[in-house]
Design a protein around this ligand. Structure first.
Ligand code: ADE
Length: 224
């Protein structure tokens, strides 16, 4: 899968994909992430990409022209399944969306910055608008990193244990059960006995039950 990300602050995205599972996904050739600097596509002086809002008001607005220059240039190389704009007023991201996006071949993500982006860009180029939660970030970059990570780990072959994404929280609308490792006894706090029993059927039943209890307790809305 290929994910291209357009941003005015590419440095923010130099870290998140260079380590751990995202790095492994790229090293294995299962995921390609390209970070594109929007300033390389502007024809305005001093690499300007934003301007004052028509009608007045606070903050700057990203101009449509550099964005369209970038997209039209990138589209010559890649046919995108979705052009995603990251914005707090988009549809809220969840595991279901991550699962669906992980089946696509190529995605283009556009990170908003400043007060927003010229609405004509959203109207005529964007196919999907995503928010990662009801709070406002300084830009879409961290949201793009979150979404890329959530998608990337779902790609077949990325995780060592093929089943481990399937047992993530939110798959099946259930939170994951508690997990334990050595030592078996720490300061008198013992690991639940069933996990030491070696009885895989009983362990699986216990995990299912714990998932349900945890979901009822913390996220009853998921069971509706
Ligand atoms: N840009 C600013 N805030 C955001 C959010 N919550 N989700 C996605 N993009 C954003």
């Amino acid at each position: 899968m290929k994910i291209d990300i357009i941003t005015v602050v590419p440095d923010i995205l130099s870290g998140p994909f260079s380590h751990s599972i995202m790095k492994r996904a790229q090293d294995k050739g299962l995921l390609t992430v390209n970070v594109i600097n929007l300033r390389e596509y502007t024809s305005y002086a001093r690499a300007q990409v934003d301007d004052y809002p028509f009608g007045g008001g606070a903050g700057m607005v990203m101009m449509i022209e550099p964005l369209v220059n970038a997209i039209e240039s990138l589209k010559k190389i890649t046919q995108y399944d979705e052009i995603i704009f990251l914005s707090p007023d988009g549809e809220t991201f969840n595991q279901k969306t991550a699962n669906a996006l992980s089946l696509k071949k190529s995605l283009l993500m556009v990170c908003g910055h400043y007060k927003g982006v010229d609405q004509r860009f959203r109207d005529h180029f964007v196919t999907k608008e995503i928010s990662i939660g009801d709070y406002v970030l300084s830009g879409g970059e961290l949201a793009a990193a979150v979404i890329t990570d959530a998608i990337g780990r779902l790609l077949p072959g990325v995780l060592n244990d093929e089943t481990s994404a399937l047992t993530d929280s939110f798959q099946d609308n259930l939170l994951a059960p508690p997990v334990y490792t050595r030592p078996e006894n720490f300061r008198g706090w013992r690991v639940p006995e069933v996990l030491m029993s070696g009885n895989h059927k009983m362990i699986e039943a216990w995990r299912q039950e714990q998932s349900l209890i945890r979901t009822q307790d913390r996220r009853p809305d998921l069971l509706d």
